[in-house]
Structure formats: C-alpha cells, structure tokens
Design a protein around this ligand. Structure first.
Ligand code: COA
Length: 261
C-alpha cells in the first residue's frame, strides 16, 4: 500500500520501521496521518515476519510536534471526539501489537507526539529530544491518552506538573523521570533502535510476544489476577518447541534455534 504521510520499511529482517513523514508540518498528526497510521499498523500487525516495530519522525527537528492544530481549529465537538477516538485506536493498536514497539524520538515529541511515544513499549530519545503536553496553551487537554499513560509511567504528580503547566522538558530530564529508557546522540538513534530490535529478534518469539502481553494486559488488572494470568502463560510457554529448544541449547552450551512454535 502507498502512503502519503508515512513510510513503512524493513531495514533488516524481522524489523519494521515506520516513519511519520510530514516534515514541513513537523510531522503533525492530521486525520489523514492517523488514518494512514491505522492502516499501516494493521498491515504490520498481520505480518508474520515482524519481530519489532520502530517508530520515528522524518527530518532532523521533530518526532511529531502534536496533533494537527490547523485541522483541529475548525473541528466541531463531534468531529473532535471522532479525531480523539481515532487517535486512541492508533495508540491502543500499538500497545496490543504482538511484538515490542520502540519509539525513536528524534526531536520534538509534543502533545499527540508525546502520546504516540508513550503508547510505544519504550522510548529511546536523541539528546535533542523535547517532550511535553502543551495542550493547555491551546484551550484543550491531551486527547490521545496522555492524561492516563503519562501518569501511569511517571506518576500522578509529575504528569499533572507537565500537563497543567504545559512545560517542555529535554531528553535529560525525560530520562531522569523515567519517561525514556535511553538517550543517545542523534546520529546513533536509528542504530540504537536496530540494535534493540535485533536483540529482540534473536529471542524466542512466543516468549517475547507473551511477555509483552502479560505486561500490557496486566496493567489493567489487580495484582492477584495479573499474576494468575502470568502463571497460566508460563505453563503454556512450557509446552512450546521453543522452550524445549531454549533449555536444550543452554544445557548443550550452543546457540538456540527458535522456530516460533
Ligand atoms: N500542528 C500543525 N502544524 C504544526 C504543528 C502542529 N502541532 N507544529 C508545527 N507545525 C507547523 C507550523 O505551523 C509551521 O508551519 P508553516 O511553516 O506552514 O508556518 C511548521 O510546522 C514549522 O513549525 P514552526 O512553529 O515554524 O517551528 P519552530 O521551530 O519555530 O517551533 C515548535 C517548533 C514545535 C516549538 C512549534 O512548532 C510548536 O509549538 N508547535 C505546536 C506544538 C503543540 O502545541 N503541540 C500540541 C498540539 S495538541
């Protein structure tokens, strides 16, 4: 499928690289971008070969500078609600992808851009990255899940600080508060993402998939039920060929050859 506002590549086997490609508007998320994102995510989700998805923004300046303010400026309440629901659908798809999704934040990640990064499983940022939820400057609140995912990741007080003041933070502070996992030089960002993706691709696919499933689904459960689900999945994985292969390879002191069965 051809996209106007994004590119979808396979830089190495098992890795998909999705780039929001609208650099003149700092990759702002318009309804069209969200529509393309939904269809690209559906196609990546269906691919049997993908083991990790990397998401970044085109150009040197921005990951995504937010939802498209020009488009939002003329939306009716009903249209704005539809727009928010479309954003939520994209973010939820990322969380439910059957493999890890890593945001490579290469500049501004503001508003919907910060929310997009937050919906990925973790974030690697370049040292020129800037994060923020500046919606209060525009008379709105975060609309793609920022109020919930930011507070779950960095805690209620810091989330409220960022959301209610609209202040923007640099990569260093984002690292300190646990918003990002790692900060690297801009020219290292893609390689860091590929290194992480390659490390994931070398592991047992079902084990990675189910581990993500447990962490993501477990967030919505109480501890007892989440742990019960973990025990069930642990039992299920013990019935796989990959468990036999992984443990045999360890005991025989050789690399494992996983088959995803
Ligand atoms: N929606 C629509 N267009 C956007 C945008 C957004 N969220 N963010 C940037 N753009 C556009 C600008 O309108 C400008 O377009 P133009 O060249 O046609 O005038 C272009 O991208 C470049 O942005 P500009 O503001 O000139 O760059 P800058 O380096 O001076 O500032 C930012 C960069 C990110 C600080 C600034 O663009 C900004 O504050 N953007 C909005 C951030 C925001 O509030 N996001 C949350 C939205 S809910």
């Amino acid at each position: 499928m051809n996209y106007e506002m994004l590119t979808l590549d396979a830089p190495v086997t098992g890795v998909a690289l999705l780039t929001i490609n609208r650099p003149k508007a700092l990759n702002a998320l318009s309804p069209q971008v969200l529509g393309e994102l939904l269809s690209a995510l559906a196609s990546v989700n269906e691919s049997r070969d993908v083991r990790c998805l990397l998401i970044t923004g085109a150009g040197a300046k921005a990951f995504v500078a937010g939802a498209d303010i020009a488009a939002m400026s003329s939306m009716s309440p009903g249209e704005a609600r539809e727009f928010a629901l479309k954003g939520h659908a994209c973010m939820r798809m990322l969380e439910l992808m059957p493999f890890p999704v890593i945001a490579l934040v290469n500049g501004y990640a503001l508003g919907g851009g910060c929310e997009l990064a937050l919906a990925c499983d973790w974030i690697i940022a370049s040292d020129n990255a800037v994060f923020g939820q500046p919606e209060v400057n525009l008379g709105i609140c975060p609309g793609f899940g920022g109020t919930q995912r930011l507070s779950r990741l960095v805690g209620k007080a810091l989330a409220l600080d960022l959301i209610c003041t609209g202040r923007q933070i640099k990569a260093e502070e984002a690292l300190r508060i646990g918003l990002v996992n790692r900060v690297v030089a801009p020219d290292r960002l893609l390689q860091e993402g590929l290194d992480a993706a390659n490390a994931i691709a070398a592991k047992a696919p079902l084990a990675v998939k189910m581990s993500k499933h447990l962490v993501q689904r477990g967030q919505d459960l109480d501890l007892a039920n989440a742990n019960a689900m973990e025990a069930d999945v642990f039992g299920f994985l013990c019935a796989t060929d990959d468990r036999r292969e992984g443990m045999a390879a360890f005991l025989e002191k050789r690399p494992a050859n996983f088959t995803s069965k």
